[in-house]
Ligand binder design. Structure first.
Ligand code: NAP
Length: 237
């Protein structure tokens, strides 16, 4: 069985690919037609490369795509351009999550989903709350910034709608401000946010996120520890 990585051409997604390949995991990636980022894996037997736009996949195409995948890792994110932020698709991440959940609920593959979320997501189910100025700012962001709304909807879908009762096991990983580092330095994981993402943000390197995601799929005890949770990941200071 393979792991499907979507958003694999992105800054974090490509690190997830290398972390999984390092662990000898067979993977499938969907990359857009013009993307060359993962061309170095063309001859790699562990990596099946599918060309296409994941957002354009309908339910049947998606079902077919994941039929040989036991897990999906979603590192999709809107491109940081005017078109990427304000143009369609406005629900890139949410659409992917709901399609995967729908497929898994019908008892088909995949069995596991890892979502790259963010500390901007507030998990009310575990007592996190937005108050005062923060509630106002995040409310405004949700109204004005489609990528933020997309990430919030995707998180809510897993936490509020799906919960632990459905056929899909999931973990939504919440990095704080993303930075790039060449190697995996020590990181810490928490069930709830330890810092205010607006006034006191921490840092998380993309390679730490990729490492944690690959570890989740490699170690069942780690998976069970974070199952149906929204772990927050910070670089150790
Ligand atoms: N910036 C932060 O500090 C921060 C903190 C926490 C969480 N996050 C979240 O982390 C996620 C990933 O971050 P990143 O920096 O790794 O992202 P990134 O480098 O921008 O990668 C985004 C991925 O999504 C794909 N994508 C974008 N628009 C698409 C579309 N319309 N159709 C199909 N694929 C599309 C990109 O494909 P192409 O390569 O073909 O464009 C790429 O593979 C984002 O959701 C972001 O919100 C960010």
């Amino acid at each position: 069985m393979k792991t499907l990585v979507v958003g694999a051409s992105g800054a974090t997604g490509r690190l997830v690919v290398s972390q999984l390949v390092e662990r000898n995991f067979p993977i499938k990636v969907v990359v857009r037609d013009k993307s060359t980022v993962l061309d170095s894996y063309k001859e790699n037997e562990l990596v099946e490369m599918v060309r296409g736009n994941i957002d354009a996949y309908d339910l049947n195409q998606m079902t077919q795509l994941v039929s040989d995948c036991s897990a999906v890792i979603c590192c999709l994110g809107h491109n940081i351009t005017f078109k990427g932020m304000f143009g369609p698709p406005h629900r890139l991440v949410y659409n992917l999550v709901t399609k995967i959940c729908g497929i898994a609920e019908s008892k088909a593959n995949p069995k596991r989903l890892i979502l790259m979320s963010t500390t901007a997501y507030t998990n009310r189910k575990i007592g996190e709350a937005l108050k005062g100025k923060d509630a106002f700012i995040f409310g405004l962001l949700k109204l004005l910034l489609p990528p933020h709304k997309d990430n919030m909807l995707a998180g809510d879908y897993l936490v509020e709608n799906l919960g632990s009762g459905a056929g899909l096991e999931w973990v939504a990983v919440r990095p704080d401000s993303l930075i790039d580092k060449p190697t995996v330095e020590d990181y810490e994981l928490f069930e709830t946010k330890q810092r205010n993402p607006l006034s006191d943000p921490g840092k998380t390197s993309r390679i730490q996120v990729a490492h944690f995601m690959a570890e989740l799929l490699s170690k069942d005890d780690l998976w069970n520890q974070w199952l149906y949770k929204t772990p927050v990941i910070y670089s150790k200071e």
